[in-house]
Design a protein around this ligand. Sequence first.
Ligand code: UP5
Ligand code: MG
Length: 238
Amino acid sequence: MPHSQSLADRVHRTPALQDFALPPVHGSLPPDAQIVFVLGGPGSGKGTQCDKIKEEYECVHLSAGDLLRAEVASGSDVGQKCEALMKEGKLVPVAVTLNLLKQAMIDSRGNFFLIDGFPRALDQAEQFESSIMPCKAVLFFDCPEEEMEKRLLKRGETSGRSDDNADTIRKRFKTFLEQSLPVKDHYLAQSKCHVLSAVPPPAEVYVGVKAVLDSIHAPAKAAVSVPCLLCAVLVFGY
Ligand code: UP5
Ligand code: MG
């Protein structure tokens, strides 16, 4: 492949943008912001591991899928258009996701971000990095399709997610293979991508996650010291 060909020329483009009216983004991110992308197939355990990370590290967790589902639930025009794409297991236009992510990052006032389930295509990676900032690292959860399918079908019994059904799950896998997997190779080539098996139980997967986060000096939550606790007891009476 010729090096002169830009990344944007090589990607499988996401759907057109013309019908999506997006609000302007207000505010800006702190200059010392750091970003970790959390990637892997549908049901690989991205959300599960992010929940564990949040318990130990000072970070802001933003799931692109959750932001999109909130937009759908708001009943907005953008949300309605996204819903139709998500039910088909397709990607919504990158400008929509970028807009939601950027505003949520700014509003959080945080500076260490776990971006869960994004970027899902090479052009999404390129646009995020050129319009926001390059990521520091990527956690990629590797899981066989049969295991992910089993998990999603089980979750679908109670999740209420309109995409947790056998038909949409198949379509989500297809989108993942065709559009999202190249993102892993892109970041492996930059030595930023850490591939972890997502097959063991969550606590075991987290051991590898923690090793990666410590290696990049992710900010750990401050432990509450005994003197602090004593002060709280003396000052506030508890
Ligand atoms: N579970 C988790 N870890 C386990 C383990 N180690 N062992 C056994 N079970 C485990 O986990 C899924 C289930 O597996 C849970 O029941 C859990 O208990 C169990 P979860 O942590 O929820 O997995 P996760 O990878 O987060 O799965 P999710 O379904 O959220 O992944 P998707 O990537 O499919 O969904 P997302 O919400 O990111 O996106 C949904 C849709 O939005 C996409 O299909 C797309 O249409 C759209 N979208 C975009 O267009 N652009 C974006 O940028 C993002 C989304
Ligand atoms: Mg998730």
